[in-house]
Every structure is written in structure tokens, then in C-alpha cells.
Design a protein around this ligand. Structure first.
Ligand code: HXC
Length: 258
């Protein structure tokens, strides 16, 4: 498959998707979002890929949905298309763990795409925000929901209602990003994390990610019950036996991904 607005490459068991629309600071038009969704789904279905890394360019991860493409849409159109199309939500539904490496602007839909990933690693130049209110609209790809779950009501309200940007340090303090690294080291550091995840047993990492995500969907009791049953299910895998045997015999596990 050839893509125009993203780059797709594989490094060991990591599938790397790079947003590549530099003239528009990676503004997310329909084509870019479709390409991102297709390529992400292909990696998700590939048993040789243990982690997906989504990244952009130095100046911008993505400066939001494409305002030029959006500006003349009517209410009838957005309702009929159910705009934000399902393409946008693909990243949030993948089973393979997804890491976002964010440098520069992650605004509006760009911040929302980063938040659909399982964890965000930020370069120290990163700037996050939901500036839609300045355009006379509101976030439409999960911003009001995922940002609020990540940073709590007070800061989410402030960011969504003022449209101001938050730098990488503040985003880390607020719990939006897992770690901040010097911008120059972002790709190397993000690849280290993605590589570490890809080095685990994929079916176990899939179970682990699903269990963490359940925390955002349900009550504590139900979440703990889900976790326990999922924990039990790891005992049906080859790799659970292998991991514990390897520990006891002081050797590296040889994951079979089953
Ligand atoms: C379309 C965009 C764009 C966007 C930047 N560009 N962001 N085009 N949609 N979201 C284009 C500019 O028009 C310009 O193209 C080129 O990229 C470079 O941008 P500049 O503005 O010249 O760069 P700079 O002065 O460095 O400012 C960077 C910036 C600013 C602060 C990020 O571009 C900006 O405020 N962008 C919009 C951010 C935003 O409001 N995002 C939310 C979008 S709404 P030309 O051709 O003019 O040189 C949204 C809704 C999500 O995301 C809902 C779900 C879809």
C-alpha cells in the first residue's frame, strides 16, 4: 500500500506511522486520517508487530483537524456524514499497544489523536491544547472526554474554555504524558519505549492494555473483576508458562506470542 500523507516503516517489531503533511503542520484532512487508520489497522492485524509508534514532525505532531477543509461544511453535511467519521476513532480501537511521540504542536484533533494512543511521550517542545473554542466550535474527536479523564475537570475545563496551550512539563505534571525528553532525543527515546513494549508477549500486552483501558469505562469493582478474569486467562497461554519458567531458571523468556 502506498500512502501520500503518512510514512510507514517497520523497525524490528515496531510499526512506525509518521504524519507527513509538513506544509500544513500535519493538519488532519480526510485523506490523512483515512491513511492513518488504514495503516494502523494493517499493523494491528500483523502478528509481527508488537507495538505501533505514531509520530509527526519536529514543529508539529498535528495542528488539528484541517480547518480549511472543514470551514464550509454545513450542519446538514456534518450530520449526514456523522463527521468525525469512524476513521478518526481507529487508533482508539486497536488491540496492539500504541505509543504517541509528540513534538511541537498537538492541537485540537492533533491532541485528540495523541490521546487515542495508549501513552504519550513528549519532546520538551511539545504544546498541547484544545483551541476549538477560538474557532467557535468545541472538540469533536474525544477532547472533552479523554482530556478530562487524563488531567481532571479543573484543568480540562480551563484548557477547553480558554483554548490555551499547555507545554510538555505542565502536561507531564497533569498526567497527560508519560514522560518528557529533550526534543532532539524524542524519536530515540520513543523507539526505546515502543521497542520495550514490542519485546513483550503480544497477546499478554493486548490483555494488559485492555485491562488498563477498562478503568476508564467502568466501576472499580467491575474493573477489578475484569482484571482478575483476564489475569486468569494469561494462564491459558504458552507465554505465561514461559515467562515464569524463564524467571525461575534465570534465563531470558523466548516469547512465542501465544
Ligand atoms: C489547516 C492549518 C492548520 C489547521 C496550520 N495550518 N494549522 N491548516 N488546518 N488546523 C496551516 C496554516 O494555514 C499555514 O498554511 C501552515 O499550516 C503553517 O501554519 P502557520 O499558522 O503559518 O504557522 P505558525 O504561525 O507557526 O502557527 C502555528 C499554529 C497555527 C499556532 C499551530 O497554525 C494554528 O493556530 N493552527 C490552528 C490550530 C487549531 O486551531 N487547531 C484546532 C483545529 S479544529 P498557509 O498555507 O496559510 O501557509 C480541530 C477540531 C477537531 O482540530 C474536531 C475533530 C475533528
Amino acid at each position: 500500500m502506498t500512502y501520500e500523507l503518512i510514512q510507514v516503516e517497520t523497525q524490528d517489531r515496531v510499526g512506525v506511522l509518521t504524519l507527513n503533511r509538513p506544509d500544513a503542520l500535519n493538519a488532519l484532512n480526510a485523506q490523512l486520517v483515512r491513511e492513518l487508520g488504514e495503516a494502523a489497522q494493517a499493523f494491528d492485524q500483523d502478528p509481527e508487530i508488537g507495538c505501533i509508534l505514531v509520530t509527526g514532525m519536529e514543529k508539529a505532531f498535528a495542528a488539528g483537524a484541517d480547518i480549511k477543509e472543514m470551514k464550509d461544511k454545513t450542519y446538514e453535511q456534518v450530520f449526514a456524514e456523522d463527521f468525525i467519521t469512524d476513521d478518526w476513532e481507529v487508533l482508539a480501537k486497536l488491540r496492539t499497544p500504541v505509543v504517541a511521540a509528540v513534538s511541537g504542536f498537538a492541537l485540537g484533533g492533533g491532541c485528540e489523536v495523541a490521546m487515542m494512543c495508549d501513552l504519550i511521550i513528549a519532546g520538551d517542545s511539545a504544546k498541547f491544547g484544545q483551541p476549538e473554542i477560538k474557532l467557535g466550535t468545541i472538540p469533536g474527536a474525544g477532547g472533552t472526554q479523554r482530556l478530562t479523564r487524563a488531567v481532571g475537570k479543573a484543568k480540562a475545563m480551563e484548557l477547553c474554555l480558554t483554548g490555551r496551550m499547555m507545554d510538555a512539563e505542565e502536561a507531564e505534571r497533569a498526567g497527560l504524558v508519560a514522560k518528557v525528553v529533550p526534543a532532539a532525543d524524542l524519536q530515540t527515546e520513543a523507539m526505546k519505549t515502543a521497542g520495550a513494549i514490542a519485546g513483550m508477549s503480544l497477546p499478554i500486552a493486548q490483555r494488559c492494555k485492555e485491562a488498563v483501558n477498562i478503568a476508564f469505562e467502568t466501576t472499580l469493582n467491575e474493573g477489578v473483576r475484569f482484571e482478575r478474569r483476564t489475569f486468569h486467562s494469561t494462564f491459558a497461554t504458552h507465554d505465561r508458562s514461559e515467562g515464569m519458567d524463564a524467571f525461575v531458571n534465570k534465563r531470558k523468556p523466548d516469547w512465542q506470542h501465544r
